[in-house]
Design a protein. Structure first.
Lengths: 251, 97
């Protein structure tokens, strides 16, 4: 049970941290300085969520590891985030569509997690749901504007959607880890309920954005069990370089 | 990523620091439309809990007084001290005036 919970909490913490790291890479590259601020605010919220989840992971594990241990000392194959959040930024449309596909999942996820039987996760969800409500509002606003904007922005937004769609299936995967925790009421809601909510949010936004929802083809998966895409090792390399060069440094 | 935002209009941002206090001009943001101007204003001006409400107004919609009109507009008020309510004592219960 506690092994399952540890794996599950790390999956969620890694999802938040890796997405935050991708957003931070975009700072100074957003279309306008105002959007740089917006992206860094999203990233900071996600880092806050990751820190709380990693601290909890340390408690569950009981080996005296703090949040920095989980972020800075694990190797790439030990990270358990879904592949979607590690996809490279590409152009602004890719970044925003990735964020939107994630946020449309994260809002119903955290909303439901407020009813988790795990008091720590439920408390964390209460904070995360407010942050995520804003994230979704922002990313959705941009998806609509890019899709229903100029010919070029529409084309780029559709290309991003088509490229990222195969990474959405993994968000709803459940293995033995999730199954056990759903049974215990730790995870709310089960994946199919979440998928329905996600699809509704996405369909609604894409219609307003005049974008076409891609067909569900073959879905890419593996991140949740530590099999990552090529770009991932560079992301982790950059994330950890200072901590690895100066272990335990403080300032 | 590249983006030409030279055509993003400027918006004036007004933040209400707390209930019962007026919105105060806080600065400006660039944004393509009102909804994103509001979001940008939130991200730039309330990230340290500075406010409970935000207004944004297109800068081009603000009609401003001309600095050259300063004498005609403001000097005539300078010698009318009787307009100041200095003879009234403000009760302690009245805050934020």
């Amino acid at each position: 049970m506690s092994d399952h919970l540890l794996t599950y909490v790390l999956r969620q913490g890694d999802r938040a941290l890796v997405l935050a790291q991708r957003l931070l890479e975009a700072i100074t590259h957003a279309p306008e300085i105002e959007e740089d601020m917006a992206l860094s605010n999203l990233a900071l919220d996600l880092i806050g969520q990751a820190r709380a989840l990693y601290s909890y992971a340390g408690e569950i594990e009981g080996a005296g590891h703090d949040e920095d241990h989980f972020a800075y000392t694990r190797d790439p194959h030990e990270f358990l985030n879904p592949l979607l959040v590690e996809r490279p930024n590409g152009d602004f449309a890719h970044l925003i569509v990735r964020q939107f596909l994630h946020d449309a999942w994260a809002l119903p996820y955290w909303s439901s997690m407020q009813h988790s039987t795990d008091a720590t996760l439920a408390a964390l969800a209460g904070k995360a749901v407010k942050e995520t409500t804003y994230h979704l509002r922002h990313s959705r606003s941009w998806v609509v504007r890019l899709g229903d904007g100029t010919d070029e922005s529409h084309e780029r937004a559709q290309a991003a959607l088509d490229a990222l769609w195969p990474y959405t299936g993994e968000l709803f995967d459940a293995d033995g880890v999730e199954d056990a925790l759903v049974a215990d009421g730790v995870i709310h809601p089960p994946a199919d309920t979440l998928h329905e909510a996600w699809r509704g949010t996405v369909a609604n936004a894409l219609e307003e954005a005049t974008l076409t929802m891609p067909d569900d083809g073959v879905m890419q998966r593996g991140g949740r069990v530590g099999r990552h895409t090529e770009a991932f090792s560079y992301l982790i390399g950059e994330l950890q370089v200072v901590a690895r060069a100066h272990p335990g440094a403080t300032w | 990523m590249t983006g030409s935002t030279a055509d993003w209009p400027l918006w004036e941002v007004f933040v209400r620091p707390k209930r019962g206090v007026s919105h105060v001009h806080s600065g400006t943001v660039h944004a393509p439309d009102a909804e994103l101007a509001l979001q940008n204003a939130r991200d730039l001006f309330t990230r340290r809990s500075e406010g409970v409400s935000i207004w944004v107004v297109r800068s081009s919609d603000v009609t401003a007084s001309d600095p050259d009109d300063r004498d005609a507009f403001f000097d005539p008020a300078a010698d009318k001290s009787f307009r100041h309510p200095t003879d009234f004592v403000l009760p302690d219960e009245v805050a934020n005036m």
